[in-house]
Design a protein around this ligand. Structure first.
Ligand SMILES: [Zn+2]
Length: 211
């Protein structure tokens, strides 16, 4: 097949480990993928498909990933340093039997990225960076639990934020939501990007092309 891996016979067991016959399991999907690949579409190799157990594992990881951002949201105020946010994320994640994926990734010294105002992303937490009234801050956090990764980031508005900054945050959120609404079976990743960009540009913004 397109991914170089063998194809079972119709009545053989499916390659996915479900225990079902191939014709009752992945056969039709594989045929469609093969056809797409033959037309020059980029399709995932089958080894990257997620089983039901994989998806359950990803959800358990995402529970911690969302939980830690909720935890930050209840505490984040003017006067808090980004180092403090890093500590919250580190401790909460470890206490929930998970690991901050950022920590030690290619030597990265912290558990999260904290990017304030005109810093687009990848800001590094520091005791010297203290949140002030009017700041907008992105907290970008990845979590590993049971071998499964999850990753999300959230914007927080600190105190009294200017109309311009508030609008940036609101338009960005709407753009992400438009992208999520464009996710569908047999769709393209490019459909998601297109939806995000269209939403942002309609509001008079543009998308960041670096990173
Ligand atoms: Zn299968």
């Amino acid at each position: 097949m397109y991914d170089g891996q063998p194809v079972p016979g119709r009545n053989d067991l499916c390659w996915c480990g479900s225990g079902k016959k191939y014709k009752k399991c992945h056969m039709r999907r594989d045929q469609r993928l093969e056809e797409l690949a033959s037309r020059g579409e980029e399709v995932l190799p089958r080894r990257l498909f997620k089983t039901a157990a994989d998806i359950a594992g990803i959800k358990r990881s995402a529970e911690v990933n969302i939980g830690v951002l909720d935890y930050v949201g209840k505490r984040i105020v003017a006067g808090v340093s980004t180092e403090q946010i890093d500590q919250w994320i580190h401790d909460y994640t470890i206490e929930h039997d998970a690991v901050p994926a950022d920590l030690n990734y290619e030597g990265y010294p912290k558990s999260v990225c904290t990017s304030i105002n005109d810093v687009v992303c990848h800001g590094i937490p520091s005791p010297d960076i203290v949140l002030a009234d009017g700041d907008i801050v992105n907290v970008d956090c990845s979590t590993i639990k049971g071998g499964y990764f999850s990753d999300s980031s959230r914007m927080f508005c600190i105190g009294d934020v200017s109309t311009e900054r508030r609008r940036l945050v609101d338009v960005t959120k709407k753009s992400v939501e438009a992208g999520l609404a464009a996710v569908r079976p047999w769709g393209h990743l490019g459909d998601v990007a297109h939806a995000v960009q269209t939403q942002a540009e309609q509001a008079g913004f543009s998308v960041v092309r670096d990173f």
